[in-house]
Design a protein around this ligand. Sequence first.
Ligand code: PRP
Length: 213
Amino acid sequence: MSGSEFLNVSLPKGRLGETVLNMFCRAGLGADAERGDRRLIFENEDAGIRFFWVKPSDVTVYVERGAADIGVAGSDIIDEYSPDVYELLDLGMGKCRMCVAAPEGGTVNKNLRGRLTVATKFPETAVRYYRGLGRDIDIVKLNGSVEIAPLAGLSDVIVDIVETGTTLRENGLVVTETISAISARLIANKSSMKFKRERILAVTELLRGYCGD
Ligand code: PRP
């Protein structure tokens, strides 16, 4: 099968990606390649499907630029980067929340007049949220372990993903506001939706039967 006949799928490396790959397998679309190795591209030639195992925040880049026809990305990533793609399906998995959190017992978030310093991996999301509240903020863009920021005096609050709440709890932080609910979405490249439309819609329908499992 030549490269263009394959359906190229970008999946987020990590726990969500493993769950999604399992969903593709149950739908008969999985790759037969061993997943115990460090290979980042693997394919199921019979099914004509090839997977790219990429950083979660890069899935939308592959799909938007057409390197992948479809992909699975969290709605947190879609909201942050606003990629020019089609959203086909809410997979009902990878559920979590985008929240504002602050040190427990702190008063910082109650002072609505002060300029708030917000540490986050999601600056666009945070700016949009506070703009909606009419609140003036300073963004500190971080790449991970955001919970440390208010504890180290780098920020007043954080805007981050909360799944089980364990990371917040173990670091003495509490949720003060919920910004949005998050779940994994199947997305598609816009021109792939013209040229591989039947194929993509067939995969979407197959996956629909496994949503939320
Ligand atoms: C995410 C998120 C929180 C944590 C939330 O971080 O940014 O830190 O998971 O999960 P919990 O509510 O179940 O504790 P991730 O594991 O991606 O690591 P990072 O902070 O290095 O980005």
